[in-house]
Design a protein around this ligand. Structure first.
Ligand code: ZN
Length: 282
């Protein structure tokens, strides 16, 4: 596999708490997609500062040879009390115009509160109204009450008819992966000691083998770093064709970035502009 794609990590906190892992990721030929989360977010303007600050981190890491892309969005656990749905477009739009920004994320529901639902809908409406077919959505599901909150989430998302083709619903477990895939979404599985194990991944792949082309892996690394995805690739317990998909190809196709058995072109077309997507490793 010439490139592994970790389709969901948090690069800002990773670079801060595990700086040595940047070279490790490049050495293991990992491309990464960083989803927004945030540090101390007390006000809406804190979000704006966070969105600007993280771009400087990404530029620095790319200069150091890391193949990285990102999503920008407001996480349900990072909603400042002064944030209003009508402020979402002004907050996000400037950051969606950056070539390496693949779309909106990490968004979703944590408790299902009315503010979470309003901010989630505002971000979906914004992203779907841009008229840019390449925009993708990275959607979170919580650890606590995963089945009931995800059921609530899927009902809310049903209103957005075009969303299933451009959204990945993440942190899937055997409880929720069926309903996620049956609605046409892509499913993300977070491989780590605190989310899904390799055994659970293999079980989900076996029970959903026909949809394996819509399943992608990640580690959700950030403050904690997880080697689980690279170890699973090297363990070789998953049949090669399926492994190439879940560890690289599916994310490459879905996000439109070059990868193993995925996108054929070596560039992303952003508003008619060719953005090269292949980086030479160190
Ligand atoms: Zn998450």
């Amino acid at each position: 596999m010439h490139r592994i794609i970790d389709s969901h990590i948090h690069l800002c906190s990773l670079a801060k708490h595990n700086p040595d892992r940047i070279a490790w990721l490049a050495e293991h030929r990992c491309a990464v997609i960083s989803w927004a989360f945030g540090g101390n977010i007390g006000t809406a303007s804190d979000l704006k500062h966070y969105f600007s600050y993280r771009l400087t981190i990404f530029d620095d890491l790319r200069r150091r040879g890391l193949d990285c892309y990102h999503l920008c969005g407001i996480h349900p656990r990072k909603l400042p009390p002064d944030l209003r749905p009508e402020a979402v477009a002004g907050l996000l739009t400037p950051f969606l115009d950056i070539p390496e920004c693949l779309g909106i994320g990490e968004i979703g529901l944590e408790t299902g509160s009315s503010l979470e639902r309003e901010i989630l809908c505002a971000q979906l409406e914004l992203g779907l109204s841009l008229g840019r077919p390449e925009v993708r959505f990275g959607i979170h599901t919580p650890r606590k009450e995963k089945a009931s909150i995800t059921a609530q989430l899927l009902r809310l998302l049903d209103v957005f008819k075009t969303l299933p083709h451009v959204a990945v619903i993440d942190h899937c477990t055997h409880e929720i992966i069926g309903p996620v895939l049956s609605r046409g979404y892509h499913a993300g599985i977070s491989l780590s000691r605190i989310k899904s194990s390799e055994v659970e991944l293999i079980q989900m792949l076996e029970s959903h083998a026909p949809e394996a082309g819509r399943i992608m892996c990640n580690t959700d690394s950030g403050r904690d770093f997880f080697e689980d995805m690279v170890l699973a690739v090297h363990a070789g317990k998953i049949e090669q064709k399926i492994a190439e998909n879940v560890f690289s190809g599916t994310a490459a196709r879905f996000f439109g970035i070059a990868g193993e058995g995925g996108a054929t072109s070596d560039c992303r077309i952003v508003r008619g502009e060719r953005i090269p997507t292949v980086f030479s490793f160190i």
